[in-house]
Design a protein around this ligand. Sequence first.
Ligand code: ADP
Ligand code: MG
Length: 240
Amino acid sequence: MIKVRNLHKSFGNLEVLKDISTDITKGDVVAIIGPSGSGKSTFLRCLNLLETPTSGHIWIDDKEITDTKTNIMKVRQKIGMVFQHFHLFPHMNTLSNITYAPMKVKGLTEKEANDKAMQLLRRVGLEEKANEFPGRLSGGQKQRVAIARALAMEPEIMLFDEPTSALDPEMVKEVLEVMRSLAQSGMTMAIVTHEMGFAREVADRVFFLEEGKLLEDTPPAQFFTNPKTDRAKVFLDKIL
Ligand code: ADP
Ligand code: MG
């Protein structure tokens, strides 16, 4: 579903991603782990061209998105993204946050979009907050709305960039629960996370990035007990 070949990304003289190649199969849940500044967010953002790779190629569903002829807006519709800081529209209530893109981009009627949004709000346990504005929601609730909003576009792939890092500890679980059930439904997911327990339990593969290199692509059971590289051992020793 996602094919990456020889991906490089530099910001000026700073080489942030160094020759990354990998394949992510439909239904895979990939946890992306590594020290701060190792290029995790940049890698994720390259997958939907929020960052333009300096060189290399990325295919989504056999379409090369790094080909300048590809309609990137179309490709992006297949990819949902959830950020650390939610990025909800503050002046819209929960329901409108979710219905906006499906109506604007997919041409759903208001009724269709509303029905779908209510269904998604039920799925993330927030039906009763449909008319609430983001400013009156907790962090965990905001993040669940953000997930529902991304799902409303019916993406084939979901990207998460530290979705629980800005949350108070008691709210982490409710968001991870939603992500866990999404993973169980067969969604293809790439998740940058510091939640090692979650990665271990839910991910099919762990990517370990350091200094812009994809040093490991390892099943979690092995990664957390016996990683392939000394770099990963040192990293795990520091955080576990
Ligand atoms: P991570 O998510 O693993 O913490 P990032 O991908 O955010 O790492 O960043 C990797 C490196 O690239 C860091 O050194 C960061 O400062 C740098 N970087 C990220 N985005 C930009 C940008 N837009 N302009 C310049 N440097 C950037
Ligand atoms: Mg980051």
